[in-house]
Design a protein around this ligand. Structure first.
Ligand SMILES: Cc1ncc(COP(=O)(O)O)c(C=O)c1O
Length: 452
């Protein structure tokens, strides 16, 4: 029976993985599970993001897929971009309530209209952004909207502009739309990435009709300023390139930085040359609830892209996201403080313990972008990658380093070369986890590097 097979597999992974994670943070298997089960999540108005919450055995990509790939060597998955935190209690409560009704038929137009209002209210309350609810296009993720927009403006064979290193999922969108990447590599100086303005403009060629902007930027953590966005917007307008602004990480900005949604720029023409794509699924640890939205202030663009967009929705996703939009603000505010602490922890740890690792100072997201140039060379993965090119399993340098790191520390980071030009000797580390796990991961990386 398929369902029995699934259950067995879950049980197997549960014990295998809990051992890995518990060992990794220095607690017993029972201790890890019990702590998450028994300890109240909310104590004196504070959410406990610190107690390790194991996701092993829940069919997660971040842990279970890595265990399947690397076996028992895997101690901690620090790769795929979702967080390990228990989500805001209001979400589970709303879902549990909806489960009382045992029918899952199609949602009405009225329900969707209410959902659009809820999204618009969140944008207004949290960012002072006025969005026309009727312009919001509900989608099953950011990707379907992006694909529809690329299909509308970039014919197969034409180019899409990217500032790299950038979110690797964009490359799948290009494959889906039979378009080609036009990569403007950013400049890395003093731990910070910035736009190469001359290169960016030079790439706005007549066969480049769209630009995939990532704000904040995954994986480098840039939270683009109003000035930078205006300059990008001006160039795009001048060269007739439509801006597709992916703002899925916009809720996750560190103190001292301010998110500027592209549609909030103080230039109507620039804004009208753009579409915005958002979700709060990453924010609230519910990305598999498949809920996102996109819109444009330009009604012509909106109508054109709608024709290529196959809208879809799932009931529990709407319930979960509605609860988050309406009742999750306090949880998110506390999460931002914890994530900022994690970012600081990584910065300090690297400075004090492994200064040879190049660190990018993130302004937002729960991601960290690390440079391992000399270390990859010293670990022998550059030579290994070269040799593998002749085999039936060619590996990039970063992929070889990913495997080396798991072998030598049990810590899995994402290979940087999938994030485009400039990522070849980098790795992405997801820090959306308990600080105990983060400490374990960093110690593991440090020890592995010391062993070279
Ligand atoms: C910048 C960015 N856009 C989109 C996505 C995926 O969005 P969705 O799951 O809503 O399609 C991710 C996931 O990592 C991302 O980082």
């Amino acid at each position: 029976m398929p369902q029995h097979a699934g259950l067995n597999r879950r049980n197997f992974l549960k014990s295998a993985g809990l051992t890995a994670l518990a060992g990794a943070v220095g607690t017993s298997v029972a201790g890890t599970a019990a702590a998450a089960d028994i300890k109240p999540y909310l104590i004196n108005g504070r959410y406990d993001f610190d107690t390790v919450y194991s996701r092993v055995g829940s069919d997660s990509v971040k842990f279970d897929s890595q265990i399947a790939k690397f076996g028992n060597k895997l101690k901690v998955g620090m790769g795929i971009a979702d967080t390990d935190f228990r989500t805001a209690p209001c979400i589970g409560e709303a879902m549990a309530e909806r489960l009382q009704h045992e029918n899952w038929g199609y949602l009405s137009g009225e329900a969707m209209a209410t959902y659009r209002e809820v999204i618009a209210e969140w944008n207004h309350r949290r960012y002072g952004l006025d969005v026309d609810p009727t312009s919001l296009q509900i989608a099953t993720g950011v990707h379907p909207g992006l694909i529809a927009a690329i299909q509308t403006y970039s014919p197969p064979g034409s180019k899409v502009l990217l500032m790299t290193p950038t979110y690797n999922g964009f490359y799948s969108d290009l494959r889906n739309t039979r378009t080609l990447e036009n990569e403007s590599e950013m400049v890395f100086e003093n731990g910070q990435y910035s736009v190469d303005w001359d290169d960016l403009e030079a790439r706005m060629t007549p066969d480049t009709h769209t630009m995939l902007l990532c704000n904040p930027q995954n994986p480098t953590g840039n939270v683009w300023s109003e000035e930078e966005l205006l300059r990008i917007g001006e160039l795009c307008l001048k060269h007739q390139v439509v801006v597709l602004s992916d703002e899925i990480h916009m809720d996750l900005v560190r103190p001292g930085h301010k998110i500027t949604p592209f549609a909030a720029l103080p230039d109507k023409d620039i804004v009208n040359n753009s579409l915005s794509f958002r979700a709060i699924t990453k924010t609230f640890s519910i990305p598999a609830s498949k809920n996102a939205y996109w819109y444009s202030t330009n009604s012509v663009m909106l109508e054109r892209v709608k024709k290529n967009h196959s809208a879809g929705i799932n009931t529990l996703g709407v319930v979960a996201n509605t609860a988050a939009y309406q009742q999750g603000a306090d949880w998110l505010d506390q999460l931002l403080v914890y994530l900022d602490g994690n970012h600081q922890f990584v910065e300090d740890y690297i400075k004090d313990n492994m200064p040879e690792v190049g660190h990018t100072k993130s302004q937002g997201t729960f991601l960290n972008w690390l440079h391992f140039d000399g270390i990859m060379e010293a670990a022998g993965v550059v030579a290994k990658s070269k040799a593998s090119k002749m085999s039936d399993k060619p590996m990039s340098e970063a992929q070889a380093f990913e495997a080396w790191l798991v072998d030598n520390s049990g810590i899995q980071l994402n290979a940087g070369d999938s994030y485009g030009k400039g990522g070849e000797r980098c790795m992405r580390m997801n820090i959306g986890c308990s600080r105990q796990v983060l400490n374990t991961a960093l110690s593991g990386i440090k020890e592995a590097i010391r062993s070279i």
